[in-house]
Every structure is written in structure tokens, then in C-alpha cells.
Ligand binder design. Structure first.
Ligand SMILES: *[C@@H]1O[C@H](CO)[C@@H](O)[C@H](O)[C@H]1NC(C)=O
Ligand SMILES: *[C@@H]1O[C@H](CO)[C@@H](O)[C@H](O)[C@H]1NC(C)=O
Ligand SMILES: *[C@@H]1O[C@H](CO)[C@@H](O)[C@H](O)[C@H]1NC(C)=O
Ligand SMILES: *[C@@H]1O[C@H](CO)[C@@H](O)[C@H](O)[C@H]1NC(C)=O
Length: 637
């Protein structure tokens, strides 16, 4: 009698337990399906950007550093694009990541162009727009290959100009990665080089060295840009003495006995410019001096700064970079440069922080006036490199402070207009703000994919970008057939950043995308892109994965499952009771406890099995479709 009552009771409890486990499995299935959908949306929408670098659905080969920008005076910001080339090392054993490449950004810090695919991970320097034969071109020094690459406004690499040393008389060769400057409406190009040479006993005696001191004698070359033949060459040997260098920390013997690849770099030219009369302006970093070199006889016309300055200076500068002629007339020259105030020589610092300087040189009285000082926003030192440039058509100074590629724009009175630095720690040698119109020869990059949302509607997602195109303002998206002959405009969107994404209701099997400029003119030739997955794949995938919730939602099946579970539970309870007969001496509550514990273990097992099936079957299939890995459009090549 007691046994029958217990089994009746356990039947009810077993039925209740199995029904609730079924219900909870159903609820759980519904919830995890919802999560997966949301996850998909997030993954597609946010692309793969992280805080420090951008990566794009349309261009997985790019890896552009992102900016942290602070604008102090929005109205004053001069128009122009930023030209930077973040780098890892000057000399690299092998190519590195895609961020190590020349990049163009707009003034909001949005990526315009990455040279990563073209520049194969080997560092580039002095990347900027140069006038070459009267045309604006991109130029970038490539130390690894010892040439300057020249790209036209379609981003086609039209020339590589060798910057290796040309004079066979010298006992070694050396390129100089600091500057490639075109002048005189692009008819002439200037770059520096370096030549290891044994100084004469007389020159060596100037520093008290008994013998022939082995030193790096820097020079420069002027080329005709039609033929790339030299029209003028000059070397510092015989003009600039070893005794002008501040780099004297190492013992004399060590300095003067260096091997060819490691000679005393006593002068280290790091910038060049040309005067109207043909003379040249050069900056020697370890000599803390700026030199005017005569075009007529190669002599040093004057020295500004350093141990043998021809000018009376109201300030001291050191380790300076990018000495440039801002303006000149008969007896006055305005010279600007970045005073790193942090030399490779002794003393190491000459000011409490690095600064930009604009100096007025009076060449009659040989006196100097400080016209303007541009302060480092953080009051820090740029320990090497950096530059100061004038934004064309304005009186704004643009300064690169190297670390984190920080660059700043300053008004003529020195006040800060804006600053930007990379969020990642990567550095940059020089930065320029310049005008540029890029019309890439390569077509836009488009990816089209589709998803089915929870309420069973399909949406097509189109990603569009065009590496280097400066003129795009809008994208027009057309639905089309595989041959692109029948087109219907479905959406027009403003270009947002490098990559624009649009969600369109419905399934578009093929899309055709047109870039439109500010005047509404179409740019380039459109191509047709197939959506991945196809509609069939999408529906199949959805049917495949949605059987679990749909089965569980069906009330008939749920009821049957409940019944099966409760019968099983009942039989199980009966079995327990029978096997426990001998234990009838146990208190009733204790027997019940043992029985329920074994039942809930069973239930747990069966719900885990459900979960496992769901995950292993469904997920790989989906992520494969979603990633759109081979989503190349038909027309893309
Ligand atoms: C610069 O060169 C281009 C191309 O040769 C020419 O059309 C233009 O007139 C030149 N400009 C000046 C100022 O000489
Ligand atoms: C420049 O050099 C690269 C190799 O570094 C080469 O792939 C490219 O074709 C060269 N360009 C020209 C115009 O010669
Ligand atoms: C952005 O720069 C400012 C200084 O201008 C700094 O205070 C801030 O921490 C930087 N933020 C990030 C995310 O790097
Ligand atoms: C062009 O496409 C539209 C919309 O898909 C369709 O209604 C129309 O029949 C097509 N025309 C031709 C000639 O295929």
C-alpha cells in the first residue's frame, strides 16, 4: 500500500520534472539562437577594427593605424591630407606588417590610401607629394631597395630612382634615407648620400688623431628629372671638418678606426633645400649646424649654429631636422627647422623640450632673430627625426614629433590648432599636410553578403571602399543580373570613412556599385559583384539550423516528448522503488531524496545531449558562409 502511494507520487513528480526540463531546454534553445543572430549582426557591422588599427572587410590586406585627434580651433584647420609612413626599422632583414607602409589620411584622420600591398612591409621615408616634371606625384624613399619610388595620381609606380652613391672613387656606398626633394617646377631632384673615407693626416690632426681617421663624409646629388642624370654633386670632404662634430663620446681611436659599415658618422646630413641663386642649405645633426653651400665653388658660404657659427645666435639648438628656406631676399633669409634640442652629441639637451623654430637671418650684420617658436604640446623631446613643414598656401606650421607619429598644426603666432597621434605606439619619421587628388587605376573593392534575421526577413549587406580615391562623396548601389545589363538603383549613401556599409532589405543576388563625386559625376568603371551566400545557400543554412527550435515549438511534439519522458521517469521510479525494497526501513524522506537525486541526474544528461548536437551540427556551417571569405566579386580583378 505504502509502495503504491510512493509510486503514484513519484509518477507525478517525474512527469513534472521531465516536462519542466523539456520546457527549459526549449527556452534555452530559443535564447541561444537569438544570441547567435545578434552575434552575427555585430560581427558584420563592426568589421574587425580594434582600438589601435583599422582592418576592413573589403581590404583584409590593410592594417591602418588609427588616430587620437584633439582640435583646439576647428575654424582654423587648413585643408589638406596627411602624408605619413609609420615604420618599424630603417634597415629591415625582412618585410613586416601591413601598417609599416606609406599612408594618406584626410583631416579627420580617416584613411584615404594605404600603400601596404605595394610596399611589401619594407619601411618608407619622406613620403609626400612632390612636383615631378610639373606634375604632382607621390615620392617615398625605400632604404631597403636604395631607391625613391615615384607614383602618379593613379597610384601606379611609374619610376624607381636610384639613390645609391654614384661616385666610384669613394671606398664604399651609402644611401641617405632622409630626403628626396624636387625643386624648380619638378625639373630637378635633390637627395643626400654618404661616403666612408679616410681623412688626410692634416684633417685628422684637427681632432688630435695621429693617422687617417675613417669617417662618414656626407654629400648630395642634384639630378635632372628628365634623364635622372646628375647635374651637380658635392661632398663635405675638404669643406666640413671632423672637429665640427659634437659626437665625441667614444674614445678617438674607436671613432677613427670603424669598419666600412660602421664608420664615425660625424656629420649625418638630414635635410636639403635650394636657394634661388642655386646655393644649397643642409642640416648636420651631430654638428648642430646648418650650412649654406655655394653652387659656384662648393665652398661653405656660412654656418648657422654649431662650433663655428658665422652668426651671433640668441639661442642654442641641437640635433635639428628639416632645415628649410621659408623666404629670402638679398640680405635676409627666413629659415625654419625642428630643434630637437636633443643631440646625439654632448651636451645631449640644449632646451627644456623640442620645438619648431622660425629664424630670421640678417646676412649683412650676421645676426639672428627668433621670429617664432612652436612648442611641443607635451613639453617632451623628439629624440631624433621629425620635421617642420609649412602648409602650402597658409602661414601654418605642420610639425611631426616622431613618437606615436604625433603631428601638430600651429598658427603663425605659434598657437596650437590641432594635434593628432596614433593610438598605437608606432612612430613616423616625417609628416606632411598637402593637397592631393587621387584617382586610383584599381577599381573599388566591394563585398556583398546576406543574412536572414530572426523575423525571417533577408537583408543584403554591401561593403564598399576605394583605396586612394579622394573624390568619392557618395556610393550608388544597383540591383543587377550577372552580366550587369539590367540595373535598378536601390540605394544611394554618403561615403563614410574608408569603408562604407549599407544594409538593404531583401536579397540582391548581384550588385553593381558606382562611386559619385561632389558634382554627381560617376567615377571609374562599375563592376558587378555576386552576393555570397547565394539565396539557396542562405535558405538551406537557415533550414538546417532552425529545426531544433521549430521542433520544440510544435505543441504536439512537445506533448509527446513530455509523455515519453514521464513514462520513462515512472518506469525509472518503479525500478528504484523495487531495488530499494530491502531498504524500507529507511525513513521515507531519505528514500525520496535518493530517488529524486538519481532522476535529476538523468535529466541533466539528456538536456546536455541536446545542446551538444545543436552546437556541433550548426555552427561551422554558418560561420563559413558568414565570413564571406571568397566573396570576391565577379568583376573584381
Ligand atoms: C611647370 O611645368 C609644367 C609642365 O612642364 C608646365 O606646364 C608649367 O607651365 C610649369 N610651371 C611654371 C610656373 O613654370
Ligand atoms: C620598382 O621596384 C619594385 C621592386 O622593389 C618593382 O616591383 C617595381 O616594378 C619597380 N618599378 C619600376 C617602375 O621599375
Ligand atoms: C588621446 O590624446 C589625449 C591627449 O591629447 C590623451 O589625454 C588621451 O589619453 C588619448 N586617448 C587615447 C585613447 O589614446
Ligand atoms: C530588369 O529587372 C527588373 C527588376 O528586377 C525586372 O522587373 C525586369 O523584368 C528586368 N528586365 C529585363 C529586360 O530583364
Amino acid at each position: 500500500m505504502q509502495v503504491r502511494r510512493t509510486s503514484y507520487c513519484s509518477f507525478l513528480l517525474a512527469w513534472f520534472a521531465s516536462y519542466s526540463s523539456c520546457a527549459s531546454a526549449w527556452a534555452h534553445a530559443g535564447k541561444s539562437a537569438a544570441k547567435r543572430w545578434e552575434h552575427r549582426v555585430v560581427e558584420l557591422d563592426e568589421s574587425k577594427h580594434d582600438e589601435e588599427f583599422w582592418t576592413f572587410v573589403t581590404r583584409p590586406d590593410l592594417d591602418a593605424p588609427r588616430w587620437n585627434i584633439t582640435i583646439y580651433d576647428k575654424a582654423a584647420v587648413a585643408p589638406g591630407y596627411w602624408f605619413v609612413a609609420p615604420y618599424e626599422e630603417v634597415e629591415q632583414e625582412e618585410g613586416s606588417a601591413a601598417w609599416n607602409a606609406p599612408h594618406i589620411y584626410d583631416q579627420d584622420g580617416q584613411l584615404i590610401w594605404s600603400g601596404a600591398p605595394m610596399f611589401d612591409g619594407y619601411s618608407t621615408f619622406d613620403f609626400r607629394v612632390s612636383n615631378v616634371r610639373g606634375e604632382p606625384m607621390l615620392t617615398a624613399i625605400r632604404p631597403h631597395y636604395e631607391y625613391t619610388a615615384i607614383l602618379d595620381n593613379t597610384y601606379t609606380n611609374v619610376e624607381n630612382v636610384s639613390i645609391g652613391l654614384r661616385d666610384p672613387e669613394w671606398d664604399g656606398i651609402g644611401h641617405n634615407m632622409h630626403e628626396f626633394l624636387t625643386v624648380e617646377n619638378g625639373t630637378r631632384a635633390l637627395f643626400m648620400n654618404r661616403s666612408p673615407k679616410r681623412a688626410s693626416e692634416e684633417y685628422s690632426a684637427a681632432i688630435g688623431y695621429d693617422g687617417e681617421c675613417h669617417a662618414q663624409y656626407d654629400g648630395f646629388v642634384e639630378l635632372d628629372t628628365d634623364t635622372w642624370e646628375p647635374v651637380f654633386e658635392w661632398n663635405s670632404y675638404g669643406y666640413i671638418g671632423l672637429d665640427e662634430s659634437f659626437v665625441t663620446q667614444d674614445p678617438l681611436e674607436e671613432r677613427c678606426e670603424g669598419e666600412v659599415n660602421d664608420v664615425w658618422d660625424f656629420l649625418h646630413f638630414n635635410s636639403i633645400d635650394k636657394f634661388a641663386n642655386g646655393d644649397y642649405l643642409l642640416s648636420g645633426r651631430p654638428s648642430n649646424a646648418i650650412y649654406r653651400i655655394s653652387r659656384n665653388d662648393g665652398s661653405v658660404v656660412w654656418r648657422l649654429g654649431g662650433k663655428k657659427s658665422d652668426f651671433d645666435l640668441p639661442i642654442t639648438f641641437s640635433g635639428q631636422h628639416a632645415a628649410k628656406i621659408r623666404a629670402e631676399d638679398d640680405n635676409r633669409v627666413l629659415v625654419s627647422f625642428l630643434d630637437n634640442a636633443f643631440g646625439p652629441g654632448e651636451p645631449q639637451t640644449t632646451n627644456d623640450a623640442s620645438r619648431g623654430l622660425l629664424l630670421a637671418l640678417d646676412t649683412n650684420t650676421m645676426t639672428v632673430e627668433v621670429v617664432q617658436e612652436f612648442k611641443h604640446p607635451d613639453g617632451e623631446y623628439t629624440e631624433g627625426q621629425g620635421n617642420l613643414q609649412w602648409v602650402p598656401g597658409t602661414d601654418h606650421a605642420w610639425i611631426c614629433w616622431r613618437n606615436k607619429a604625433m603631428h601638430t598644426e600651429h598658427a603663425a603666432d605659434g598657437s596650437l590648432i590641432m594635434e593628432a597621434r596614433f593610438k598605437a605606439g608606432v612612430r613616423n619619421y616625417r609628416s606632411f599636410k598637402l593637397q592631393w587628388v587621387g584617382r586610383p587605376a584599381q577599381p573599388p573593392d566591394v563585398r556583398s553578403t546576406a543574412v536572414q534575421t530572426r523575423d525571417d526577413t533577408i537583408e543584403t549587406i554591401v561593403f564598399m571602399s576605394w583605396n586612394g580615391a579622394t573624390e568619392v562623396r557618395q556610393w550608388q548601389i544597383y540591383e543587377t543580373n550577372p552580366s550587369g545589363t539590367n540595373t535598378t538603383l536601390v540605394a544611394t549613401v554618403d561615403k563614410t570613412g574608408f569603408e562604407t556599409t549599407i544594409w538593404i532589405k531583401g536579397y540582391l543576388g548581384h550588385v553593381l556599385v558606382e562611386a559619385v563625386d561632389a558634382l554627381g559625376e560617376k567615377l571609374g568603371e562599375p563592376s558587378v559583384f555576386a552576393t555570397v551566400p547565394t539565396l539557396e545557400q542562405l535558405v538551406e543554412a537557415d533550414e538546417y539550423t532552425s529545426w531544433i527550435p521549430s521542433v520544440l515549438t510544435n505543441p504536439m511534439i512537445a506533448f509527446l516528448l513530455g509523455m515519453i519522458a514521464s513514462v520513462a521517469g515512472c518506469l525509472g521510479a518503479w525500478g528504484v522503488i523495487v531495488s530499494k525494497r530491502g531498504d524500507l526501513t529507511l525513513p521515507r524522506w531519505k528514500r525520496k531524496q535518493q530517488m529524486y537525486a538519481s532522476l535529476s541526474e538523468e535529466d541533466k544528461d539528456s538536456s546536455e545531449l541536446h545542446d551538444r548536437q545543436k552546437h556541433t551540427d550548426a555552427e561551422p556551417e554558418r560561420s563559413g558562409l558568414l565570413a564571406g571569405e571568397d566573396g570576391h566579386g565577379v568583376g573584381e580583378d
